[in-house]
Design a protein around this ligand. Structure first.
Ligand SMILES: Nc1ncnc2c1ncn2[C@@H]1O[C@H](COP(=O)(O)OP(=O)(O)OP(=O)(O)O)[C@@H](O)[C@H]1O
Ligand SMILES: [Mg+2]
Length: 366
């Protein structure tokens, strides 16, 4: 069953933004591509925001990429969003699917265990044995359902699927049909207009380079980069923090200064260079915006439940320390050097950087 529950830990995109989608549909005068619920312009507004209509921005950083992605979905090829972890590839694929087809439920979560039936069809074996092959005994994959309905479906972590399973997509994407020989000669499902696939793939995982070139040609690749504009990153963290805390009734109490520390720390370490132009040793840990949101959230929870509610530099330092130590012990030393050189100087400028500095110095980083 599809959950329409607004109170679920993570409601579906179409549930979360149902009011905005309805508003866009009502106001939509643009031309809709075959099978689409909204015009391409309205899809763009849904993802990038439209203040005049009261539609919030959901994806930050690269508007042109979003436009190319929408165009790609109208065309013959699939869309493959590739990039570092935590760059909102999955989020963007959900936003696009929700806007184009009104639903994000057609998804295959790619893994080493993904099998052909997850991309084509399987059988209800009790019915198959009792009655023989029939439409009733057929268990359609999300791909088959999307073909029938002319819908956009998603494949998460495409490159984690075994290569021979990935290659099954080549014919699906070029011929736009799936044959079901068990149902008789000529039993073929042909994709209705509107059918397309959005894949996501993580550049840190094994795989994008190992995808067969035949499959690569059937996808338009779009690389999603981390947010480089500090103002955008700030706005995003603030919004996501408020969303995350809303169910527990906590109002975020994070000062401009604390938010500034979080953003500059992430941007410095991600780029291997401070805003003032000092070169740093870059940790291998993923300093994504998604991790920055996690840091803000955990710091706010600690402040709310174990402190006086106000997020301080010290809360942030402890959480960032945990993120930096995730991958490689060498990263601890790199963070320590950042603290000893850059943060130390900044600690003279105000109490928030000072509390960050003192808490970071107290961490075991090697
Ligand atoms: N450019 C961005 N615009 C909006 N939100 C972003 C952006 N970059 C990161 N985020 C935040 O990161 C969160 C996680 O993103 P998501 O899970 O979609 O990343 P991903 O690229 O699919 O990561 P992974 O490769 O680990 O699956 C989003 O929910 C959002 O809060
Ligand atoms: Mg993802």
């Amino acid at each position: 069953m599809v959950s329409m529950d607004q109170t679920a830990l993570r409601p579906a995109t179409e549930t979360l933004h149902a009011a905005e989608l309805a508003k866009l549909e009502q106001a939509d005068k643009g031309r809709r591509p075959p099978g689409w619920r909204l015009s391409a312009r309205a899809v763009r507004s849904f993802v990038l925001g439209d203040p005049a209509l009261g539609i919030s921005r959901k994806f930050y950083g690269d508007d042109a990429l979003v436009e190319r992605a929408i165009v790609s979905l109208m065309g013959e090829q699939g869309l493959l969003l590739v990039g570092e972890p935590g760059t909102a590839k999955s989020m963007l694929s959900e936003l696009l699917a929700a806007a184009v087809t009104g639903s994000t439920r057609l998804v295959v979560q790619g893994s080493a265990g993904t099998m052909e039936e997850h991309l084509r069809y399987g059988w209800n074996y009790a019915l198959l044995i009792a009655e023989g092959p029939s439409e009733k005994a057929l268990v359609p994959s999300p791909v088959l359902q999307a073909m029938r309905g002319g819908l956009v479906m998603r494949i998460e972590e495409l490159t984690r699927c075994p290569p021979e399973i990935q290659d099954g997509l080549i014919s699906i994407l070029s011929e736009k049909m799936i044959a079901i020989p068990e149902l008789g000669d000529g039993a073929i499902v042909r994709a209705a207009p509107g059918f397309n696939i959005i894949g996501t793939a993580n550049l840190r995982d094994r795989g994008v380079s190992e995808m067969s070139s035949a499959l690569k040609r059937r996808f338009n690749f779009e690389t999603v980069h981390p947010i480089t504009d500090p103002a955008f990153e700030r706005e995003l963290i603030e919004r996501r923090l408020a969303d995350r805390l809303a169910p527990s009734g906590i109002k975020p109490d994070m000062s401009e200064a604390a938010l500034g520390i979080l953003v500059s720390c992430f941007q410095d370490l991600r780029a291997g260079r401070t805003a003032e132009g000092v070169t740093l040793q870059k940790p291998t840990a993923v300093m994504s915006t998604a991790e920055a949101v996690n840091v803000a959230h955990a710091a706010a929870l600690e402040a709310a439940y174990l402190g006086d509610g106000r997020v301080t530099g010290a809360h942030l330092a402890r959480q960032i320390g945990g993120i930096v130590m995730k991958d490689d012990p060498e990263d601890g030393r790199k963070f320590k050097s950042y603290v000893d050189h850059i943060v130390k100087d900044r600690a003279r400028s105000g109490s928030d950087w000072r509390s960050f500095y003192e808490a970071a110095r107290a961490l075991r980083l090697d």
